[in-house]
Design a protein around this ligand. Structure first.
Ligand code: GLV
Ligand code: GLV
Length: 323
């Protein structure tokens, strides 16, 4: 009976799928409300054929070696996989998979929720109302910014970036400017989108900039002091990708100085830490890495991770193999 080690409890549909296929599923129940420790993962991966990992865990050579010779697959419960040493996995013939596709709509929705919320000052207004400060309707009370008709910069036109662009164009008559290593002329035609060669060219054009690239050496601190200075002082930054893509201290400074108007971010440079100054600012909305966190999507991610494991253990190419 193949053993699967799940580093933290996850929604149960994938667990059931694995059990139905005859797997012994060992879940690290201790890590329900905290990250799994290295010791727990090292102990759990021993003798395991499959490792179902969470994005908060660094899956390194030590963990892979502890799983050998049995370990055949690491199925990451996330679309991002910057927590896994891919090169080391390749050297050890361990397959690595992620969970793309099933979370695209949800993350795009959360991106728009953030965009609308920061533009319409929803978080501030909620705090204001609950604090009993609403005494009279006011012509200039909590004035925000329209989203409709504005220019949306999409950094990275993958599945999620495309879906965000789609909502912007179809739902809010936005003009889309995008950059991506792969130009997509079909997309440009369909959505009237403008391609720019790099992020610098985009920034001065955009009212909202939304980040949808993976974390790579080349994208770390893609948004830094110099790039914030290229943005309009009326512009907003939205980040639902990975925290380290934004220099968080530079963002706090830019928000404080009015270099940009606002930001709404779901991911942080050193999660779960948040740069303290950000917590004191009104022109930023912070959500705790929940862009894919709906009941439906977290179950779908569970099933997809399980399917990847099953395919790999049955000797087939898993659907979401990372090459
Ligand atoms: C979440 O951040 C994911 O990569 O799925
Ligand atoms: C993630 O699924 C992406 O390609 O944007």
């Amino acid at each position: 009976m193949p053993k699967i080690f799940v580093t933290r409890p996850i929604p149960d549909s994938g667990i059931k799928l694995l059990q139905e296929k005859g797997c012994e599923v060992v879940i690290n129940e201790a890590a329900r409300d905290r990250v799994a420790t290295k010791e727990e993962i090292l102990a759990g991966v021993k003798d395991a054929d499959g490792l179902l990992s969470i994005l908060t865990e660094k899956i390194d050579t030590e963990i892979m070696d502890a799983g050998l010779p049995n370990l055949k697959i690491i199925a990451n419960y996330a679309v991002g996989f910057d927590n896994i040493d891919l090169e080391a996995a390749k050297q050890r013939n361990i397959l690595v998979t992620n969970t793309p596709g099933v979370l695209t709509n949800t993350v795009a929705e959360h991106t728009f929720a953030l965009m609308l919320a920061i533009a319409h000052r929803i978080a501030e207004a909620d705090k204001f109302s609950k604090a009993g400060m609403y005494r009279a309707w006011g012509p200039e009370l909590l004035l925000g910014t329209d989203v409709s008709g504005k220019t949306l910069g999409v950094v990275g036109l993958g599945r999620i970036g495309s879906r965000v662009a789609y909502h912007g164009v179809k739902g809010f008559d936005m003009k889309v400017v995008y950059c991506d290593p792969n130009r997509n002329e079909e997309f440009e035609k369909e959505f009237g989108a403008q391609y720019v060669a790099n992020v610098e060219e985009m920034l001065s054009l955009c009212d909202f900039v939304s980040i949808h690239v993976p974390l790579l050496d080349s994208t770390k601190h893609l948004f830094n002091e110099a790039r914030f200075k290229l943005m309009k002082p009326t512009a907003y930054l939205i980040n639902t990708s990975r925290g380290p893509i934004v220099d968080e201290q530079a963002l706090a400074n830019a928000l404080k100085k009015g270099t940009i108007k606002g930001a709404a971010i779901d991911v942080f440079e050193n999660e779960p830490e948040i740069t303290p100054e950000l917590k004191d600012l009104e022109n930023v909305i912070l959500t705790p890495h929940i862009a894919s966190a709906t009941e439906e999507t977290r179950q779908a991610m569970s099933r997809l991770a399980a399917e990847n494991i099953i395919e790999a253990l049955e000797g087939r190419v898993p659907p979401n193999l990372i090459k």
